[in-house]
Design a protein around this ligand. Structure first.
Ligand code: PLP
Length: 381
């Protein structure tokens, strides 16, 4: 294949990868059972602790986010277990299905897309499920750009029960702060290709002492994703199976950048640029998709004006302006666009994306009030 041209990747993952991270990947191959790999892995483990805000060792799996979710489900759910899952889009639907594949009895708390089930609805389901084994929640529903605003409060509710609290934070951790130890999150999962600005292919998981004890006393019927085995190998500076070494190099460098910036500043940067993107979309006359009370800082979902062919629109943005934005999901595919506000996101990304959108809208026959748009951009900077 041809060497791809560099574009501005404004997808809701994968996102732009800084040169420093990409360059890290071309280091020579090393023995994954040797000292150098142990040093690399230990460095990743230490830095990941600040991402999850935990004193325990997070696990890195050579698997995309779905692998991390699958690992969480198969380690924590046993046949017949009752599990509450808020369902409000594609990824939470998949999560509920995965719980059922593992033999769990899923209690779905469903909201229409563009919304999130209310905290009361989820708490009601918890209260009405005797013997509840776990609550599994997608924090940021990437398919609709909706974030669960009560992720901390729900942790408190679950803590009052015997149940485990599992959070899919694949498209949010790093763009949002989830202090897993302080909140009592038993398993938290994230992916390399979102707010960490590393390439796709790795998932990271934190595991509480309570979750580890459960897995050790109730071994899961899995091998690759056996998290107790992962922890045993991690303790001696190895992974049980051949790790994606080049991606580990990249992750180490991406986490280094996170530590240098500081999690708090990174979270604030995501929130600031999300605010700008929402206010500029508004100035362009484009409606956001998510209920404003739950709209995401990392995935900006909006609706095209009537009559726009979304495929042609995205193709034009890509070919004329080298800006790549995401399509909608499922029933919203023809009407929705999604812009990733993740990882490296900065003023240049925002301005280039906005300029390309304005010019593409004009090309498609829609007039945009340029004064309003530049006013919204200026107000934000
Ligand atoms: N969960 C959420 C919330 C996601 O956003 C994604 C991917 O976008 C996944 C799970 C699946 O991750 P992956 O595509 O890396 O396997």
């Amino acid at each position: 294949m041809d060497y791809p041209k560099r574009k501005l990747i404004m997808l809701p993952g994968p996102t732009n990868v800084p040169d420093r991270v990409t360059d890290a990947m071309i280091r020579p191959m090393i023995n994954h059972r040797g000292e150098m790999f142990t040093t690399l892995l230990r460095g990743i483990t230490e830095k990941s602790k600040s991402l999850f805000q935990t004193v325990r060792d997070p696990i890195v799996l050579s698997a995309s986010g779905t692998g991390g979710v699958e690992a969480a489900v198969w380690n924590m759910v046993r046949p017949g277990d009752k599990v509450v899952v808020p369902v409000f889009g594609e990824f939470s639907t998949r999560l509920a299905e995965t719980v059922e594949l593992a033999g769990g009895q899923c209690v779905r708390v469903i909201a229409e897309i563009g919304k999130v089930p209310t905290r009361e609805e989820v708490e009601d389901a918890i209260a009405k499920t005797p013997g509840l084994k776990a609550v599994f929640v997608v924090h940021n529903e990437t398919s609709t750009g909706c974030t669960v605003p009560y992720i901390e409060g729900l942790a408190e509710t679950v803590r009052r029960t015997e149940a485990f609290y599992v959070v899919d934070a694949i498209s949010s951790l790093g763009g949002y702060s989830i202090p897993v130890d302080r909140w009592g999150v038993d398993v938290c999962i994230t992916g390399s290709q979102k707010c960490l600005a590393a390439p796709p292919g790795l998932s990271l998981l934190s595991l509480s002492a309570k979750a580890e004890e459960f897995i050790r006393t109730n071994p899961p019927k899995v091998r690759y994703f056996d998290l107790a085995r992962q922890l045993d190998f991690l303790a001696r500076g190895e992974t049980p199976f051949t790790p994606a070494v080049s991606l580990y190099y990249a992750l180490d460098s991406a986490l280094e950048m996170l530590v240098e910036e500081g999690l708090e500043r990174r979270v604030e940067r995501h929130a600031r640029h999300a605010r700008t993107l929402y206010s500029v979309l508004d100035a362009m006359g484009l409606r956001g998709f998510a209920d404003p009370a739950v709209r995401s800082n990392t995935v900006i979902a909006g609706l095209y004006p009537d009559g726009i062919d979304e495929k042609k629109f995205r193709k034009s943005m890509d070919e004329e302006y080298d800006v790549v934005i995401g399509a909608g999901f499922g029933a919203m595919k023809a009407k929705m666009f999604r812009i990733g506000c993740m990882g490296e996101i900065g003023p240049t990304h925002v301005r280039r994306t906005v300029s390309a959108m304005v010019l593409t809208l004009k090309r498609f026959g829609y007039s945009v009030d340029l004064g309003k748009v530049s006013g919204a951009l200026e107000a934000a900077s």
